[in-house]
Write a protein that binds this ligand. Sequence first.
Ligand code: PGA
Length: 263
Amino acid sequence: MSRKRIPFVAGNWKMYKTIAEARQLVPELVRGLSDLRGVEKAICPPFTALMAVKALLEGTDIGLGAQNLYWEKEGAFTGEVSPMMVAELCQYVIIGHSERRTYFAETDQTVNRKVKAALEVGLIPIVCIGETLAENEAGQTQAVITRQVQAGLSDIQLKQDVDVNGTVPLIIAYEPVWAIGTGKAATGEFANRVVQEMIRPTLSTLFGEPAASSIRVLYGGSVKASNAAEFFNQSEIDGALVGGASLKAQEFIEIVRAAAESV
Ligand code: PGA
């Protein structure tokens, strides 16, 4: 069991942190994260704080991500943000988070358009998938996960030239909806099995085996400092998408430390 993928930990701030609050949090993160090597890190603030956070991250190895984009290049789409606008500031973009699917009517089809648009401008999409509690209890996890990966990533050509780290510029986040913001994380073993038996085989049918085994698959859902290692020690889990715990500097730093120590 070789771990050839570099771990990746991203903080999803959701709709938290004004610019003023971000200016307090980010320097603490920079201080705590700068000596943690062997792991890629990113933070994903709200759109309004991106410029300020970008300036604070200058000269660090901490990446920046947005939480959404719209697929059109430009136009009369009041309230939306284009792929190029995001790419001017960020390296990453979260796409298809379950909160967007639930509250903003996003579907596998809109996810697919957004992923294509992101890749086109050189952004690395962090594509979120995951089953609800009802689906989990009805034994539909495999069907839901397979559908979300297949439909969300259909008709996409991944550049075969993998990046300098040998990883593909596409990241999946497996986030069971029942584990998000509930304090009730999945077990490492369950999440690993979903990645191994459902996500990677589907990626393999879409992109072929070498690419499928180079794509980072994160776990997300109530990750905190005290349970992070349980996920990072799994063979198929390559990091975490962290919500609530990414708003507290020390918690997030400890999670990244656990990822660095798992290498
Ligand atoms: P949580 O959120 O860590 O607060 O559960 C994770 C996410 O929604 O990405």
